[in-house]
Design a protein around this ligand. Structure first.
Ligand code: B12
Length: 200
């Protein structure tokens, strides 16, 4: 359950404190790269009230270390770019703990960020999400290099090329309508256009 939001409206860090010490650190400063998840409780009870749909943001990994070692920054950038009406996005860093697909419901959106080294697990995560009736959306450097691949492997409903910052809310709106596009071009977001806080 969402308990507190610490340090609201800041340019760099917003802390979300949820039940059982799940702590999400939303980082909006593109030049800094620390994402911290101390302990994760992804049970449905802990995930809190469901809005129109839940938004999952997943860093795929075949191996869970029990601690998030290099939690990538895109998770926090996209969490910050998720309109508030969809609730607090659920960040799953699989280097910390593997995804439990049972937490995903039909109509949820599952954003999967892949580089080449974790692309295979990323494809598996997309298949798991689709089996649960969720929308599987890919982004990240590997999806940027090979935007058709996740479609050809039957994993993606949509792929985002380029930066996710601004196009993400459109992707979510399309999923909500049940009509995600196969390919979105997020382009390159200029430094001046980066938002310092969560978009409404
Ligand atoms: C910083 C960095 C690191 C840091 C990461 C620190 C951290 N906590 O994040 C460190 C040094 C740890 C690192 C390690 C590695 N890195 Co590195 N890294 C980078 C670097 C320089 C920047 C990445 C970054 O943080 N960008 C800022 C974030 C906010 O932007 P982003 O990741 O591009 O995400 C945006 C979009 O891609 C998109 N997006 C991303 N994911 C998703 C998901 C969805 C659903 C959507 C819609 C959009 C979306 O939206 C985001 C916001 O606009 C890039 C090069 C570069 N300039 O991109 C290489 C780069 C990503 N790394 C690379 C590699 C190879 C590695 C390693 C595998 C190296 C190794 N041999 O161990 C490891 C992998 C670590 C791991 N387990 O993930 C390669 C990847 C190549 C490839 N084909 O996949 C890159 C591209 C460098 C290169 N040119 O070779 N890396």
């Amino acid at each position: 359950m969402f308990l507190a939001r610490v340090n609201d409206h800041v340019s760099t860090v917003t802390l979300y404190v949820a039940s059982d010490c799940a702590v999400f650190c939303y980082h909006r400063q593109p030049t800094l790269g620390l994402g911290i998840v101390f302990q994760v409780d992804h049970t449905k009870a802990a995930l809190g009230e469901k809005g129109p749909m839940r938004v999952f943001l997943i860093n795929p990994s075949d191996i869970a270390f029990g601690i998030g070692v290099i939690t990538p920054r895109w998770l926090f950038v996209l969490a910050g770019a998720t309109p508030a009406r969809y609730g607090v996005p659920i960040i799953v860093d699989e280097t910390l703990a593997a995804l439990d697909p049972a937490n995903i419901d039909p109509g949820d959106v599952v954003g999967i960020g892949i580089h080449t080294a974790n692309a295979l697990r990323g494809m598996e995560v997309g298949r798991l999400a689709r089996k649960r009736g969720a929308w599987a959306i890919y982004g990240g450097v590997h999806a940027n290099l090979h935007p058709q691949e996740a479609h050809e492997l039957g994993c993606a409903h949509g792929v985002v090329k380029g930066d996710g910052d601004q196009v993400w809310k459109r992707v979510l709106a399309d999923c909500e309508k049940g009509d995600p596009q196969p390919l979105y071009d997020g382009g390159r977001v200029a430094g001046d256009d980066l938002s310092g806080r969560r978009l409404g």
